[in-house]
Design a protein around this ligand. Sequence first.
Ligand SMILES: [Zn+2]
Length: 120
Amino acid sequence: MAETKRFYRKRQRLVALVSKIKLWPSRNGILHGIKSLDHTPAGLRVTTHCGLVFTARDSSKSRAARWLRAKQYTSPCPSCQIPAWKLEKYGSTVFSKRRGAVLPSLPLNVAPDDGEKIKS
Ligand SMILES: [Zn+2]
């Protein structure tokens, strides 16, 4: 099994990270799948596949951004049904200070990934 490593720059806005990775580490250690993202005056509005809606500050230093880079989570959310390939892809992603892509801060209103089944 060849594992392709992806490199992303460490210091990026939260929105750039989550719109690419589409995963959200919650405060209690559960990793959620992101269904949609919107910019609101209050910040970044995140909707997860399991129906959580909340607003996060779009910063590179926020808790979520740090936890996402550190891959700090205990288990994936059972309701979000994050596909295994996505967790593997996330697991092989490296956040580096010196190399890797700088992700665009746009676009927003991201569509779910191809191949991802949405249960309603
Ligand atoms: Zn969830």
